[in-house]
Ligand binder design. Structure first.
Ligand SMILES: [Zn+2]
Length: 158
């Protein structure tokens, strides 16, 4: 990966690999449950994070609980998080590259979380999902085709 970018991410104290890895799992869970696509915009910070999805309504309380249990079930499986590299052409066939930076280069880095999720990404991640801690959605709201999901983590390894 781009060394400069790597240093930049690392020097940002707000950046939190636990939160960011949880975002990957949340995205895959949303895709599996609602077929809605991964979040198109997000703000990931140590204290709390939010992800926005193209959607058609707010979530019910039952759905929120279901997402919480599914994400925590994945975290508790102790899945290994690893990186794999693909050429741009290979990656284009397998993944959605719409959020890949223009200057990503010829090799595309894909982050795999066990067999649960695979997504092109240049960020920093945990090595094992149990480092993430407990995942909890704190609120959701819906406005003009956008579902916003806010969440926190507790008890992860820092
Ligand atoms: Zn990532």
């Amino acid at each position: 990966m781009n060394e400069e970018l790597y240093r930049e991410i690392k020097s940002n104290k707000q950046y939190n690999p636990q939160m960011h890895s949880a975002e990957h799992i949340l995205n895959q869970t949303m895709v599996r449950m609602f077929n809605c696509g991964r979040s198109f915009s997000n703000h990931v910070e140590k204290k709390k994070s939010k992800c926005d999805y193209h959607f058609n309504r707010n979530l019910t309380e039952d759905e929120v609980q279901l997402i919480n249990s599914k994400v925590n079930e994945v975290i508790l499986q102790d899945l290994i998080v690893k990186e794999e590299f693909y050429t741009k052409n290979e990656a284009q066939e397998k993944f959605n590259l719409s959020r890949l930076p223009e200057d990503a280069g010829e090799k595309v880095r894909v982050i795999k979380i066990g067999d649960y999720d695979a997504c092109p990404c240049s960020g920093l991640h945990v090595k094992d999902t149990k480092e993430i801690g407990n995942f909890r959605i704190i609120s959701t709201d819906f406005k003009e085709g956008v579902l916003r999901v806010r969440f926190k983590l507790q008890g992860g390894k820092v």
